[in-house]
Design a protein around this ligand. Structure first.
Ligand SMILES: NC(=O)NCCC[C@H](N)C(=O)O
Length: 291
């Protein structure tokens, strides 16, 4: 049994890579980072700790990225920088230029954890982890949008082909503009291998068809709550099959998940997620998911 490998979106989460928001967030210029009106660094830092407490209670092992004064305010969104397979990690290359410095942190952390580096995304390609959804261990769906481009998808496909993994690209809409953050994972989250929460109005039709083909049941995210959460009500964190962590304060979304048989942990993290424009799932980079 290896201690890395997460080619699945919903197997029990065992080991993750995270980075605490700290000095960089406290000093962040909200305009430079495209943080919203609700941004408040102190409160975001407090909210982050409730996620940490929950993960530790659930027995998830957390590996921490080194804390340094590097000004990388977005580096708490660790899901976007590494894609961890059973053979090692691919170090990704974010489409948001201000995040470029995060790749070196991930590479160092993976090496320190004994996770081989399968490869790195290089210029001009970009891929963010929030755009990557495992359909099964040999099939990776990737959103092609503002953060992940065609060169990136081609490079990722080449790196993963020797592992027998097919990479399928899906066009994302512009939605709220070129500066905003919209990932495939913002509009579809797996709750189990056969169950997903989706936001149909901006879901690529071809991706919808793929889910149908794979026999995935779909729960539609209530539109008013998706909009009220700045698109963060769908970007949930799945702890295990039908056990999820979502933002508190979205009762219709919660009820929809519960009526599909999910156990829901809701945490108050609007300032962190809406303020910093990222979903709860984005705060956790899975290193190991397994039964
Ligand atoms: N996977 C995610 O949910 N990533 C969120 C990234 C948020 C960050 N502020 C960004 O714009 O890149």
């Amino acid at each position: 049994m290896s201690d890395y490998g997460a080619q699945d979106m919903s197997l029990p989460l065992r080991r993750v890579l995270m980075r605490r928001p700290g000095d960089a967030l406290l000093k962040a210029d909200p305009a430079r980072w495209h943080y919203g009106a609700r941004f408040n660094a102190e409160q975001a830092i407090d909210e982050y700790e409730s996620l940490v407490r929950l993960l530790l209670e659930k027995g998830v092992e957390i590996l921490w990225l080194a804390e340094r004064e590097d000004g990388l305010a977005d580096s708490m969104f660790t899901a976007d920088l590494s894609l961890v397979t059973a053979k090692g990690a691919v170090i990704l290359r974010p489409g948001k230029p201000a995040r470029a410095g995060e790749a070196a942190l991930h590479e160092a952390a993976c090496r320190a954890a004994g996770i081989p580096i399968l490869g790195r995304l290089k210029s001009p390609g970009t891929v963010e982890g929030g755009d990557c959804l495992w359909i099964d261990a040999e099939t990776l769906a990737v959103g092609r949008g503002l953060r992940t481009d065609e060169d990136g998808i081609a490079a990722l496909s080449e790196l993963l082909a020797p592992l027998g993994i097919d990479v399928l690209g899906y066009d994302l809409p512009l939605w709220r503009g070129a500066e905003a953050c919209l990932h495939l994972g913002s509009i579809a989250s797996f709750l189990a291998r056969d169950l997903a929460l989706i936001f149909p109005p901006i879901l690529p039709v071809s991706f919808y068809r793929l889910l149908e083909e794979w026999g995935v049941s779909m729960i539609e995210a209530p539109s008013d709550e998706f909009r009220a959460s700045g698109g963060m009500s769908v970007g949930i964190l799945t702890l295990g099959p039908r056990e999820v962590v979502m933002l508190d304060g979205y009762p219709k979304t919660r009820a929809a998940l519960e009526s599909a048989g999910c156990t829901v942990h809701a945490i108050r993290a609007d300032v962190l997620c809406i303020g910093c424009e990222g979903g709860l799932g984005g705060l956790v980079c899975p290193l190991l998911r397994e039964n």
